[in-house]
Design a protein around this ligand. Structure first.
Ligand code: PLP
Length: 356
C-alpha cells in the first residue's frame, strides 16, 4: 500500500471496496429520467428492506450534519432535549441552538452512556416535544442503550424521537419501527462503507405531520417537498447519482453477507480488539457494558506516544486514529466497521505491536 493511499483505520471515512468504486463511476444519467427513478426505487426499497421499516426513506446529498438541521427544522419543536455524552451529541445540541430553537442538554461524562433513567427524569421535569440521541458516540466508542431509552420515550406519546445512527446503521441492531424512532439518520462513510458526502434518513408520519405546520424550515431540507418527490421516485434537487450507484451495489453486497452476519462480524472484531487491548494493559475508555461494536476507544494507560505511533503507522501504510478532540494523546480508537475483517484487523494490530 503506498503512503498516498494508506489503509484507513479511522472511524470514517473507511476504505471502499473496489466493486463499489467501480459502481460509482458508471456513466451519468439524467435525474429526471425513467432510469433514474428505477435507480431511486431500487435504492430506497433496498434500504427499507435492510432497515426493516415501513417508514419513508429519504436520500440527502449532504453529510449527516445536514440531516441534524433537517430534523429540527421539520419538527419545529417548542423545546428540545439533547442527550449529550461526547463530541457529536454535543454538536447536535449546538446545531439545534444555532438554528434558533430552545434546547436543554442532559450530559453524561465523555466515555459514559446515556441511561434511560436520565432521560426519564429529564422528560418528567420539563415539557419537551423533540429528543435527540446519538446511538453510537464515535468520539468515545460508547453505544447508548437505545432500546431501553426508547421504552422511556414511549411513555411520552407526543415526543418526536430523533436518532443519529451515523456510526451504527448497518453495524448494530436498530429496530426503527419497534422502538418508535421518528427520524433515524446516518451518513454513508462508516458502516455503509461508501465515500463520504451523502446521507440517509427514515422519517415517520408524525414528523411529516409536524413538518406540514413548521414555519421557517427553509426549502433545501423541507421533508414535505422531499416526500412529494419521493412518491415519484425522485429527489427535489440534483442528487449525487454516483453515491446512489454505490448504494445500489452496496445493498446487494450487504444482503449477500446478511445484515445479521455483518453485525456479528463487527461484534466479533470489537471483542478481538478489546481482548488485544486488555492483554497490552490498555483499558477501555468507554464504560463497561456500553462498548461500541463498531469503534473501540482505549484509554492510553501505557502512555504510548500516540503522535509518534501515528507517524510510524503512516510510514507502514496505515492511517491511525488518535483520541478525538480533548482525548488526543490520552485515548485512541480502533474502528471495526465497513469492510474490516478478522484478517485485516489482526494485521493492523500486529503492526501496532511491532511499534509499541
Ligand atoms: C456520531 C456522528 N454523528 C454525526 C457525525 C457527522 O457526520 P458528517 O460528518 O457525515 O456530517 C459524525 C461524524 O463522524 C458522527 O460520528
Amino acid at each position: 500500500m503506498s503512503q498516498k493511499s494508506p489503509k484507513l483505520f479511522i472511524p470514517g471515512p473507511v476504505d471502499v471496496a473496489p466493486e463499489i468504486l467501480e459502481a460509482i463511476t458508471q456513466p451519468m444519467i439524467g435525474h429526471r429520467s425513467p432510469e433514474f427513478s428505477e435507480l431511486y426505487k431500487d435504492v430506497t426499497d433496498g434500504i427499507r428492506r435492510l432497515l426493516k421499516t415501513d417508514q419513508s426513506v429519504y436520500l440527502s446529498s449532504s453529510s449527516a450534519t445536514g440531516l441534524w438541521e433537517a430534523a429540527v427544522k421539520n419538527v419545529d419543536p417548542k423545546r428540545t432535549l439533547c442527550c449529550v455524552n461526547g463530541a457529536f451529541s454535543s454538536r447536535w445540541h449546538r446545531t439545534v441552538v444555532d438554528n434558533g430553537y430552545e434546547a436543554d442538554a442532559i450530559e453524561a461524562e465523555w466515555g459514559k452512556a446515556i441511561k434511560p433513567e436520565m432521560v426519564e427524569d429529564a422528560l418528567n421535569a420539563k415539557e419537551y416535544d423533540l429528543i435527540t440521541v446519538v446511538h453510537n458516540e464515535t468520539s468515545t466508542g460508547v453505544a447508548s442503550p437505545l432500546q431501553e431509552i426508547s421504552d422511556v420515550i414511549k411513555k411520552f406519546p407526543d415526543m418526536i424521537f430523533a436518532v443519529d445512527a451515523v456510526s451504527s446503521m448497518m453495524g448494530m441492531e436498530i429496530n426503527i419501527d419497534g422502538w418508535g424512532i421518528d427520524i433515524c439518520l446516518a451518513s454513508v462513510q462508516k458502516c455503509w462503507a461508501l465515500p463520504p458526502g451523502f446521507s440517509i434518513c427514515t422519517v415517520s408520519d408524525n414528523v411529516l405531520a409536524r413538518s406540514e405546520k413548521a414555519s421557517n424550515k427553509g426549502y433545501y431540507f423541507d421533508f414535505i417537498e422531499w416526500d412529494k418527490s419521493n412518491q415519484k421516485n425522485q429527489t427535489v434537487v440534483t442528487p449525487s447519482i454516483p453515491h446512489m450507484y454505490g448504494l445500489q451495489a452496496q445493498i446487494k453486497r450487504i444482503e449477500a453477507e446478511g445484515l445479521k452476519q455483518r453485525i456479528k462480524r463487527y461484534a466479533e472484531l470489537a471483542l478481538q480488539t478489546r481482548d488485544w487491548a486488555a492483554q497490552r494493559g490498555q483499558s477501555m475508555f468507554s464504560q463497561e457494558g456500553f462498548h461500541s461494536d463498531t469503534v473501540s476507544c482505549m484509554a492510553n494507560d501505557q502512555g504510548w506516544d500516540l503522535s509518534k505511533l501515528s507517524d510510524q503507522l503512516f510510514q507502514k501504510g496505515y492511517r491511525f486514529s488518535n483520541g478525538y478532540g480533548k482525548l488526543k494523546g490520552s485515548a485512541f480508537r480502533i474502528p471495526h466497521m465497513g469492510e474490516t475483517t478478522e484478517e485485516s484487523l489482526s494485521k493492523y494490530l500486529r503492526e501496532i505491536d511491532s511499534l509499541t
